[in-house]
Design a protein around this ligand. Structure first.
Ligand code: SF4
Ligand code: SF4
Length: 269
């Protein structure tokens, strides 16, 4: 139920899993270890996790971030992310765990969906910027799920846990992480660039205000139909935000500057 984004090495098998790799696993309410995996964990929230969770809880992004998250700078890439804040109790429980299970199960984060699998794209330890898509297995001692006879391929597990939509929406964000890796760990982003990355990664409300209530649209050439869509569709807004970051941070031409702004940008050097 927990984490592909765990920063500790505990229980991680030294083997790469592909989509057709097989493993045995099951998890259900009757198990002795039920919810034991929902405490003392470091869950990095993906942009789409935050959208789903804040909507589920009927909170604004600012409220959700303030109540349920803490910021963290990834060790190698130095990219800022939001992690789920554990409760200050003896077990350091997840704020959403109950004796009956996860209180936000239908909107649980991607890490909890993937578990016991993790994805290479999230692991800072996988430093090769090859973009190779592979998975790894987290075998924690308390988890009895591995004793099951039920067999899965990685592909079947992804489908069963509903991760495909999350991966599709977060794809541009994962590309940004890989892109930062390929620029080299030493090449640090400026504080302003890190701020932009954090805004897009965690706060669609602010991103929307930034696009529609700042000088953004004086500088960038954005198709009218795209603008109409991102006014009301948060996943489209997120994807647009990832495209804009690709352009603003890494020089892609996904979101183009207007001629005037481009000229001023070149003159500025
Ligand atoms: S089987 Fe593993 S994932 Fe399921 S409740 Fe137990 S510890 Fe958590
Ligand atoms: S969000 Fe839900 S599934 Fe994930 S750790 Fe918390 S209680 Fe467990």
């Amino acid at each position: 139920m927990t984490d592909q984004c765990v920063t500790s090495q505990d229980g991680i098998e030294p083997r790469k899993y592909k989509l057709d790799s097989k493993f045995n696993f099951s998890c259900n309410k009757g198990m002795k270890c039920y919810t034991h995996c929902c405490s003392a964990i470091n869950i990095i929230l993906t942009p789409y996790d935050i959208v789903r969770m804040k909507n589920r809880l009927k909170l604004s992004c600012d409220q959700f971030l303030a109540i349920y998250t803490k910021p963290e700078l990834l060790e190698r890439t130095k990219l800022p992310v939001a992690t789920l804040k554990m409760v200050d109790d003896e077990k350091e429980s997840c704020p959403f765990v109950t004796p009956e299970g996860c209180a936000i199960y239908e909107d649980r984060p991607l890490s909890c969906r993937y578990y016991p699998l993790g994805t290479a794209a999230f692991r800072e330890q996988e430093i090769e910027p090859t973009g190779e898509d592979f998975y790894f297995m987290v075998r924690e001692a308390h988890c009895l799920g591995f004793e099951s006879d039920q067999q899965w391929t990685v592909s079947q597990w992804r489908k069963d846990q509903g991760v495909e939509a999350y991966d599709e929406i977060n794809e541009g964000w994962m590309e940004l992480m890989l892109r930062k890796k390929s620029f080299g760990f030493e090449a640090e982003l400026s504080e302003q660039s890190r701020g932009m990355f954090f805004m897009v990664s965690t706060n669609v409300d602010r991103l929307k205000r930034f696009i529609f209530e700042s000088s953004f649209l004086d500088k960038y050439d954005v198709d009218k139909a795209v603008l109409e869509r991102i006014k009301t569709d948060e996943t489209a807004l997120l994807k647009f935000g990832f495209d804009w970051l690709q352009s603003a941070l890494f020089g892609s031409d996904k979101v183009k500057l207007k001629d005037e702004a481009l000229k001023a940008h070149k003159e500025k050097g």
